[in-house]
Design a protein around this ligand. Structure first.
Ligand code: TXE
Length: 480
């Protein structure tokens, strides 16, 4: 048997086994074989990681380092990541079947997350409040303390970097627990953090399952902030656990994004983005445009073009440059997505294209379904796979009503060439982000987060500053 790669915990800049030596298997979902092992974190391993980050925060240099020096250190980490782009991308592609070109794109975005937040904290300004009483007040943004970050498997490196970057940039120390499905790239990131010279404990990696490892982190009263991306169900546990010691939480949870295509849309553009929005990353995106609504007059034409574009996607090995679409990230997830497709057919949905592969692979082909009732589970619930449910509408009011008729509210998209309609509908949609005639475009200064079951709080730019710092007001008397 070939030697398996190993991904340990990173504590105080050193890669270590679990305290009791336990490991778990890490799968390659495209090949359907175990390719690596990772350290299985216990509650004791979580406590060791928190102790290290606590020490680094309470006694170490990092929170007290000037903002310029901290930015330099983070840029150095970003340089190392950039130099290791192919290695980081290889790990995500192997670990969750993300097409290699897309994985490299994710690395670039992760690098940018670090660079952006390094500069954002370096260049930030506080505020001054002149007062008529002979005083003035100014604000300061000091680090909050120890941050527990828990990330998912769909963008293993990118989602972790999105949390770690603002956390450490603002002078906190951080423990990241990647998903048990995808420990590889985040562990390499932890190794690079040590190589970049981040002080011990500033960036610890805790591998392992949600329970006990993740749950022990959120329950630890030495943790000052919890940032989590994952399912809405787990998000509720995380929030309840953090509440026991009053740690503020930032939760980015599930979604069932609405995509509205009006009859005056540029159809080439709308078809292109409808495909990207539900089939990129095999639909394993919280922001996916998984509910598509098309205006009556263009319904048949749009659906025909959407189906044709979905069928044109090349399915295959994530390392083949021609591949646009590969298998789902794990056996467990394949079972979940497959069961929704089966259920949709049983409930009278018309499978216009796609369906579950029958070759034993963990592929669900790009799937488009219409004709489902509005209360059918595949229509209402987050499938988190390459499955788009399509519906028609006749008026703008109806489109907005259908889009908002969900427990989720992470994002929505709309396609129209009518400027007033674009602004009107964007304003009426209940969602954290609305894309008009595009999808997945982000400026890191903007608020990001969701409404309802899609989350609590916003991150990005100053919104991240509010979460990862303890803003302070300093009131000064001015002698007259
Ligand atoms: O998510 P979990 P899973 C949705 C998607 C998917 C479903 C299940 O619908 O099919 O969730 O995926 C850690 N305390 N999303 O089971 O359980 C866990 O180890 C602390 C949407 O993977 O939410 C992992 O690191 N942590 C989503 C992370 O939480 C716990 C991305 C996410 O796992 C924990 C992923 C606990 N009690 C899934 N239990 C998105 N919004 O992008 C688990 N974890």
């Amino acid at each position: 048997m070939s030697e398996l790669e190993f991904f340990g915990h990173i504590v105080d800049g050193v890669e270590v086994e679990s305290l009791d030596g336990t490991r778990f298997d890490v799968w390659n979902p495209w090949k359907r074989e175990v390719w690596a092992q990772a350290a299985e974190g216990s509650a004791a391993d979580a406590a060791r990681a928190v102790e290290s980050s606590r020490r680094a925060f309470d006694e170490g240099d990092w929170p007290r380092l000037g903002r310029v020096e901290r930015a330099k250190a983070i840029h150095k980490l970003a340089d190392l990541m950039e130099a290791r782009t192919d290695d980081l991308a290889r790990l995500d592609s192997t670990n969750m079947a993300k097409p290699f070109e897309q994985a490299k794109h994710d690395v670039a975005r992760s690098v940018w997350n670090f660079r952006f937040f390094a500069d954002h904290q370096r260049d930030h300004c506080g505020e001054v409040y002149p007062m008529d009483s002979g005083h003035h007040t100014y604000s300061e943004f000091g680090p909050a303390g120890v941050v527990a970050a828990i990330s998912p498997w769909n963008f293993p490196l990118m989602m972790a970097s999105w949390k770690i970057a603002p956390a450490i940039a603002w002078g906190n120390t951080c423990i990241i627990k990647p998903s048990e499905d995808t420990p590889a790239s985040v562990t390499l990131l932890g190794r690079l953090g040590a190589e970049a010279g981040l002080p011990p404990g500033v960036l610890n990696v805790l591998n392992g399952h949600g329970a006990p490892a993740g749950a022990a982190l959120t329950a630890d009263d030495r943790v000052d902030r919890v940032t989590f991306t994952g399912s809405s169900v787990t998000g509720k546990y995380v929030m309840a656990s953090a509440a026991t010691h009053l740690a503020p939480v930032s939760l980015e949870l599930g979604g069932k994004g609405a995509n509205l295509v009006f009859e005056d849309a540029d159809l080439d553009n709308a078809v292109y983005w409808a495909v990207e929005a539900i089939f990129r990353n095999a639909g394993q995106i919280c922001l996916a445009g998984s509910r598509l609504f098309v205006q009556d007059s263009i319904y048949d034409e749009f659906l025909a073009r959407f189906v044709a574009a979905a069928e044109a996607l090349t399915i295959g090995d994530p390392f083949d440059p021609a591949t646009r679409f590969s298998s789902l990230a794990s056996r467990r997830h394949f079972d979940k997505v497959s069961s929704y497709v089966t259920q949709a057919a049983e409930l009278g949905g018309r499978i216009r294209t796609g369906g579950v592969a029958t070759d034993g692979s963990w592929v669900v082909r790009p799937t488009i379904i219409d004709g489902l009732a509005l209360d059918a589970a595949p229509y209402c619930e987050e499938i988190f796979g390459p499955v788009c449910v399509v519906n028609r509408f006749s008026t703008e009011e109806e489109a907005v009503h259908l889009a908002n008729d969900t427990r989720y509210g992470l994002n929505a998209m709309l396609f129209t060439e009518n400027l007033s309609r674009a602004h009107r509908v964007a304003s009426n949609l209940r969602a954290g982000t609305v894309w008009v005639n595009c999808f997945f475009i982000r400026d890191l200064r903007t608020p990001f987060g969701g409404v309802g079951d899609s989350g609590v709080g916003r991150e990005g730019g100053n919104f991240s500053r509010e979460f990862f710092t303890e803003p302070k007001a300093v009131v000064m008397q001015i002698r007259r």
